[in-house]
Design a binder for this molecule. Structure first.
Ligand SMILES: Cc1cc2nc3c(=O)[nH]c(=O)nc-3n(C[C@H](O)[C@H](O)[C@H](O)COP(=O)(O)O)c2cc1C
Length: 139
């Protein structure tokens, strides 16, 4: 069974390019071997990630990620069973929130990822992907 989960978390320490590169490198290697696809949105001190794949694989990965000391307050926002992947082209796409245009950035500053439902988060990620703000992507 294919599932998709979304979680949010708070970064521990600054979200430097080095930290992000290391997370993405680990993600792309592991995810492509385990049939996981998704997107990692990062910036403003938060992470917002979608993971999709076989239920067992997603659960195993989520447990590893939740134990990672580079972030805290890891909270599952949404989980659903799916018939089709939404992020099928990316082992882990990357959206950098601070690259957003000024108008959208204002919105993000008032955006509390812990207070919205998973579907709103999904809509927000879709918006970001549709506007071409995915800066790092690999198949
Ligand atoms: C915000 C965030 C997102 C992550 N996403 C993934 C991911 O999609 N896939 C992955 O393999 N590791 C991801 N990681 C890294 C894992 O938490 C973990 O460090 C990595 O799987 C190596 O685990 P190990 O040290 O037990 O080998 C992420 C880490 C963070 C902080």
């Amino acid at each position: 069974m294919l599932i998709r989960v979304f979680y949010v978390s708070v970064a521990v320490g600054p979200q430097t390019g080095t930290v992000t590169a290391s997370i993405l490198q680990q993600s792309q290697a592991y995810n492509s071997q385990h049939g996981i696809t998704g997107v990692l949105c990062q910036g403003q001190g938060i992470y917002l990630q979608a993971l999709e794949g076989e239920k067992g694989e997603v659960n195993r990965l989520y447990a590893r990620i939740a134990a990672d000391k580079r972030h805290t307050r890891v909270e599952l926002v949404h989980c659903e069973s799916i018939s089709k992947r939404r992020f099928e082209n990316w082992s882990m796409a990357h959206v950098h929130l601070s690259d957003l245009d000024p108008v959208t950035q204002v919105e993000w500053q008032t955006f509390d990822p812990y207070s919205v439902t998973g579907l709103l988060v999904l809509a927000r990620i879709d918006e970001l992907l549709a506007s071409g703000r995915v800066i790092g992507a690999t198949g």
